[in-house]
Write a protein that binds this ligand. Sequence first.
Ligand code: ADP
Ligand code: MG
Length: 712
Amino acid sequence: MSAPEKPITPLAAPVGSVWGVGEERAKLLARLEIFTVEDLLLHQPRRYENRRKFLAIRDLKLDEPATVRGKIVVAGTKRFKKGTRAMFECVFDDGTARLHCRWWQAQPWMPDWYAVNREFLIFGKLDDDKKPRTFTHPETELVEPGDDEFIHVNRIVPIHPLTEGLTARVMRSLVWRALEKFEGQIAEPMFNLHAGRPLTPSLSPAGGEGARRAGEGAAVATERRAEDCAPYPNLPTRANSVRMIHFPEELADVEVARQRLALDEFVALQFQIQSRRKKFEALSKALPCAGDNRLIKPFLGTLGFKLTAAQSSVLKEIRADMGGAHPMRRLLQGDVGSGKTAVAACSALMALESGFNVALMAPTEILAEQHFRNFSKWFEPLGVKVELQTGSRKTSNIQLPGGHASRITHHGPLFIGTHALLTGGFDLPKLGLVIIDEQHKFGVAQRETLVRKGNYPHLLVMTATPIPRTLGLTLYGDLDVSVIDEMPGGRGAIKTFVRRTDKLPKVFDFIREKISAGRQAYIVYPRVEVVDTDKDIKAVTKEFENVQKALAGFKIGLLHGRIKAADKEKTMADFRANKIQALVATSLIEVGVDVPNATAMLIENAEHFGLAQLHQLRGRIGRGAHESFCILISDAANEAAQARLKILEQTNDGFKIAEEDLKLRGPGELLGQEQSGEMKLRFGNLATDLNLIRRARELAKLQLDFPPGGVS
Ligand code: ADP
Ligand code: MG
């Protein structure tokens, strides 16, 4: 995200204005992205050490990292491998016992630094329970008698992220000095952020109320709380928080301070999101697109199923939006297979009935073509023109069953495409509605580009990656949200199993059995080609042959990103027609592909996929009446990786899975790199800070509704 315009403050001064930062150190700090005083003040410690009391070396326990304090009694470099390698070792004594410390790569500076009689603080973990007690590659800090003792010992001290040439001690001193000089300048950020005008401390009466409500649940940890600042009852001031995050009195203070600083971040973000939305509503007038049912009625008649209650109620919301005063900005969430396409179709028909055109954008060509096929079949009998525009082709020579293409059309067109709709310079006249399918693959910027193409068309974004609430409120905070929380009936269950590679022959027997019974299968690998550096990760091009052998007698297809569009299309058509019984593919098929007869899915090297992604992949099966089976193969030795996969055995609930994924892998995995870049937070944690985000939303709204100096 781009930072909101900040008022000019002394904190924006270059970090060189902190005593002790010269040109050299400024360069080192720049490596840590510390350029200004503020960057330094907000450089969050990665851990803390309680140096009020040190553990005796004698009392060190296995598997319990600890800090001890000792003097060097012996030190030296040992050469080995015929003198080509050197290890540095020194022995510390604290009066209770001795501790050996070693570094496998001796550095030239070590003998001077780790000199006999010098005193160090040493943080590390015992290698094993053998004698002598040994730390390998511990973190150490020289104790310099007298000098700044009150910063570095006898207290809880921060250990900051460092870079080569910058020690923990130096970094701590710099932060300390920055605090001494600038703490008084750390202002409460309740600014009117866009104008940089400071807010009167009392805010509005409603402000106190809203903030108090939102402040429930914050734990009381220190008496500093008494200095509550007006907008944030129960939380320390920003200045106090910055000090507490570096030099807490108690470890519990750290979390309180983090929450306060995270709240500031979230408020700024929410303010940005909400003012964007507000500005948008002020600027734009909605096109009347609610329709009159004249196409939807016959469409629903031929669809072959009845909409679920959830689908119908979402459509009601959409219709209200499209007949409203402001253009619709709606996010439609629904787990894989919940029937979002039918909702998209009905929404499109509303706009088409109203005399506008519609654009539908999908993240892959395969999906765009699948949509083209379905929508042509559904819409052309109604007299709606459907056009495909992807990177590799415009409305194509794709053979449509029944040859509807020749019919006379009265409505549309409905344009269907990939990103190319954005970038291909296509003319999309009279756009009433833009639908983006599988939104999680697009960034906010892309979403905006497409929408700006029209005269503020309505926007419906659909995502099958259920989005944890935290992300929903931040990344999609400017959108209204609808959820399809019900699956169409008549679906077979999906069973999921995690297995090791040695079970593969049995798994293939099982798949062969399913195919013999008339079903079809997906077989998924992480890579297109085997990479030398990681031979253990299987690739489709190589495994294709093995699968052909394992399933001899059946026709096997191959699908990955480097195959030509026309060939991909042919393969998909054959798979749909069951001319191909098993499809060997990359995660390319993750989104949207809909072949109800496919009931088995085998995913190898499953540990290489995110949970949400595996859930998406699994969503390709379980679409018909037959029972489906998803088998995840993984030899990951790592217990956490196995436990992660087990989650998929236990639940089919996309929301639960997305929450787990967010906790385990952070937002990047769920959002894609592009989007997670928009969400850089220093203190906020998108996996856990739902309450703070909710609170920030209220506070931002208050700032918008009661701008400083405005309404009282
Ligand atoms: P997704 O939400 O993952 O995009 P789709 O729109 O592809 O799901 O729908 C999955 C399957 O469910 C499709 O084959 C579709 O025809 C079918 N479907 C959708 N809505 C219903 C319904 N109300 N009743 C029965 N089947 C439905
Ligand atoms: Mg879909």
